[in-house]
Ligand binder design. Structure first.
Ligand code: AMP
Length: 113
């Protein structure tokens, strides 16, 4: 297993874990782009949105969205938050394991750069 996010989900390398259940792990991004910057990943390896191809992978992705809502609620992110998932090189995906960036704590521009 060479995937760094698989290793974080398995507890084999350290991360600042903020949420964990059977299907999902969430941890603080090493290079935060906002006061709150959390990565939410399925514990199962899925390369990206492009690999959500069946009920199992769709459920894993949906569980990440449910975790996002739970994290936002637990942290009282009442001002709102942004969820981003980069897919492929043009979008800037640098880790090939599906992840959702949860960003909050500052005003965000739209459209993004
Ligand atoms: P992306 O560019 O969308 O693939 O996002 C990958 C994110 O993973 C970047 O924001 C990195 O800062 C973050 N990242 C990479 N390695 C780690 C790690 N070991 N722990 C926490 N965040 C990481």
């Amino acid at each position: 297993m060479s995937c760094i996010f698989c290793k974080i989900a398995a507890g084999e390398i350290p991360a600042d874990i903020v949420f964990k259940n059977e299907r999902v792990t969430a941890f603080t991004d090493l290079n935060p782009m906002a006061p709150t910057h959390i990565l939410i990943i399925p514990n199962q390896h899925i390369d990206s949105v492009d690999a959500i191809v069946n009920d199992e992978t769709a459920r894993a992705a949906a569980e990440c969205l449910r975790a996002a809502r739970e994290i936002a609620q637990a942290r009282a992110l009442t001002g709102g938050y942004r969820l981003v998932t980069n897919t492929g090189p043009d979008a800037g995906q640098s880790v090939p394991h599906l992840h959702f960036h949860l960003l909050a704590g500052r005003l965000m521009t739209w459209p993004p750069g």
